[in-house]
Write a protein that binds this ligand. Structure first.
Ligand code: ADP
Length: 354
């Protein structure tokens, strides 16, 4: 570099970078830990919420601005100032290491099926797993998990039934049978908090939560009541499903819940007789959408009629470990574990922008 460049020059240059509301990033106090070596610069950009695509554009603009001064390498770390909801309410279930919400923008995309099979796959991989059914509109976890057992109260605590090595609690156990319950946010909040506090989960590596579909008041209230490590979004490949999946993503991001990844369900149909592949709902849409939005893609599950048959019989497909469908669930469980590890380690996230 010809002329010597001072910190002031870099700060001056960064003042030209604006956030989404047009305010400069230096005055906002977003730039921290600025360090300059001979040909390289590094600094942190701190955002009030988890950085998404809009924030990444600001980071890219800051990087370009500093590069324009002639530095060969500009490294930008991205950090979040807000404490995660996890740390705020971790006290409620201290024995549970990670809580993962399985959510979808709308019903019928296979969210509960995915939650149940992920729980089984994680358990078969050696993790200690619980599955909590918070889908107040249609609790289906007990049926999906073969549920013949009911929870018991032992010494004032709810003892969850165990199916396939997974501890299960469902709203279905506590709802009056054959009676529609109209939930309101605060009532649900109270019930869920009670659930969490009064269930004897024991030590768990993962508590998988089957969320109610959608992004309304109930979902918002639930997501705030539960200390979440992160959320997994299930979508079918169609455009419409992806549009609603994007709404679910936006809801979690607003609450500072990390998106651990997107799963495409009912992807390619493979004929069990002849092996012919048919893309009934299209294919690859969720992967492309995840990439576009900057979130991890965890994998795809084929449209397999056996899933429905096995689900109805209370035998999650992941139990049949040799089948291609089960393999898809195991691959997704592995990808999810990797993301959970990364979310734990990444209090501060480092990204490199091309
Ligand atoms: P949601 O929780 O999103 O409402 P469900 O998990 O209840 O959806 O699934 C809806 C229906 O679709 C169920 O009958 C289920 O067995 C079936 N299903 C889910 N995933 C698949 C799949 N990959 N292939 C075939 N059927 C599926």
């Amino acid at each position: 570099m010809g002329k010597e460049i001072h910190l002031d020059d870099i700060v001056g240059k960064l003042r030209s970078v604006r956030d989404g509301a047009g305010r400069d990033v230096v005055s906002l106090g977003m730039v921290k830990d600025l360090e300059v070596a001979s040909s390289s610069v590094s600094f942190t950009m701190q955002f009030p919420t988890l950085p998404g695509p809009a924030e990444q554009r600001v980071v890219a603009a800051a990087k370009r601005a500093v590069e324009a001064l002639g530095f060969g390498e500009v490294r930008v770390r991205v950090a979040t100032a807000a404490p995660s909801p996890m740390s705020a309410s971790k006290r409620l279930i201290p024995e549970v290491k990670h809580t993962v919400a399985v959510a979808s923008g709308k019903g019928g995309v296979g969210k509960s099926t995915v939650a149940a099979n992920l729980a089984v796959a994680l358990s078969r991989r050696g993790a200690r797993v619980g599955l909590m059914d918070t889908d107040v509109y249609g609790p289906s976890v007990p049926m999906l998990m073969g549920g013949t057992k009911e929870p018991h109260v032992v010494e004032g605590k709810i003892e969850p039934p165990v199916e396939f090595d997974v501890k299960i609690i469902s709203m279905a156990y506590f709802l009056p049978k054959d009676e529609a319950v109209i939930w309101r946010g605060p009532m649900l909040h109270k019930t869920i908090q009670q659930f969490l506090g009064e269930v004897r989960w024991g030590e768990l590596d993962y508590l998988v939560m089957d969320m109610p579909p959608g992004t309304g008041d109930i979902q918002l209230s639930l997501s705030q009541s539960i200390p979440l490590t992160g959320a997994v979004i299930v979508s079918t490949p169609q455009d419409l499903a992806l549009t609603v999946a994007a709404k679910a993503i936006a809801m979690f991001r607003k609450l500072n819940v990390p998106i651990l990844g997107v799963i495409e369900n009912m992807s390619t149909y493979v004929c069990p007789e002849c092996g012919h592949r048919e893309e009934i709902f299209g294919h690859g849409g969720a992967r492309a959408a995840a990439k576009e939005m900057g979130f991890p893609f965890l994998g795809e599950i084929p449209l397999d009629p056996k899933i429905r048959v096995q689900s109805d019989a209370g035998q999650p497909s992941a139990l049949d470990e040799s089948s291609p469908t089960a393999k898809a669930f195991y691959e997704i469980a592995d990808a999810l574990e990797a993301q959970v590890r990364a979310a734990g380690e990444k209090v501060e996230q480092e990204i490199r922008i091309e």
